[in-house]
Design a protein around this ligand. Structure first.
Ligand SMILES: Nc1ncnc2c1ncn2[C@@H]1O[C@H](COP(=O)(O)OP(=O)(O)OP(=O)(O)O)[C@@H](O)[C@H]1O
Ligand SMILES: [Mg+2]
Length: 268
């Protein structure tokens, strides 16, 4: 498994500063801003068109995504499968605004995120997207409760309200009795559930989960997946999940295979 997509997680942890600034429009949330632009809010949640991603490392260029197309409808639960190194994490990072494509466009709710400046992109991530990272990236010195509160504090929600919502979300993932534990005092499956709570606490529209069952044993992985499905339904989410687990992928609405930089639908 590649650990090279950590840039997104670091960016996530650093965005407090950006989010502290005032919006020039005076509107409080990006959702309001999106609505106010009057852009189309059809049935489509994510539309990636001609998306190319090239990584440049010294003299070497790696073409990871090659004019890729993807349409995700509102409410869908989609699996992205593909070999290690195929570009699954790269794709999720682009959909979640954690990285920018080399070419092409990514629209979320009809809103072109490729055109957002850094401040608006940070707001987009904070308010519209719940992201579960491949290596969960919980902050080790903070408790489960504090980790889950973080996206709300970044957003400027009062501490007491943030704590209340974080506690309720931890209860929803079955961790009400572990809120004072630090990540190192939790099992791998529990850490993933804290990461899920952190992704969902801000009521995002889009959930992007990168190998949410990757480091779990079969039974714990099944439980995590069932929890994802349940919360997907109850929270009215649109979810895109990268996974190596073909058995779990087959339980999603659609399975897309990433190969040679492009996606193809696998027959059911
Ligand atoms: N920041 C980066 N700089 C340069 N190359 C990168 C970077 N991030 C990823 N890559 C390369 O891009 C390719 C795709 O990586 P990515 O992490 O998206 O694959 P993946 O499908 O998620 O793999 P895995 O299943 O192992 O998680 C790999 O060859 C990787 O080495
Ligand atoms: Mg990956």
């Amino acid at each position: 498994m590649s650990e090279r997509n950590d840039g997104g997680a670091i960016l996530w942890a650093q965005e407090t500063m950006d989010l502290g600034r005032e919006r020039p429009s005076g509107r409080e949330t990006l959702q309001e801003e999106v609505s106010s632009t009057g852009c189309e809010r059809g049935d489509v949640m994510v539309q990636a068109t001609d998306v190319t991603k090239i990584y440049v490392t010294g003299p070497a260029e790696i073409l990871v995504l090659d004019r890729l197309h993807l349409t995700v409808r509102r409410g869908e639960f989609i699996a992205i499968v593909g070999a290690s190194g195929a570009g699954k994490s790269t794709l999720l990072n682009l959909l979640g605004g954690l990285d920018r494509p080399t070419g092409g466009r990514v629209l979320v709710q009809g809103f072109d995120i490729s055109k957002l400046g850094e401040v608006d992109l940070a707001r987009f991530r904070n308010q519209m997207v719940g992201f579960i990272f491949q290596f969960h990236h919980l902050l080790p010195e903070f408790t489960a409760l504090e980790n889950v509160m973080m996206p709300l504090l970044i957003r400027g929600v009062r501490r007491s309200t943030a704590a209340e919502r974080a506690r309720a979300t931890l209860e929803a993932v079955g961790l009400g009795s572990r809120i004072r534990h630090r990540p190192a005092e939790l099992s791998g499956g529990e850490q993933q559930r804290v990461a899920l709570a952190r992704a969902l606490v801000g009521a995002p529209r889009l959930l992007l989960a990168d190998e949410p069952t990757g480091n779990l044993d079969r039974r714990t992985g099944e439980k995590m997946f069932a929890l994802l499905q349940q919360l997907h339904e109850s929270n009215g989410l649109t979810s895109v999940i990268a996974t190596h687990n073909e058995r779990l992928a087959a339980r999603c609405d659609r399975v897309l295979r990433l190969e040679n930089g492009q996606l193809s639908e696998t027959p059911r």
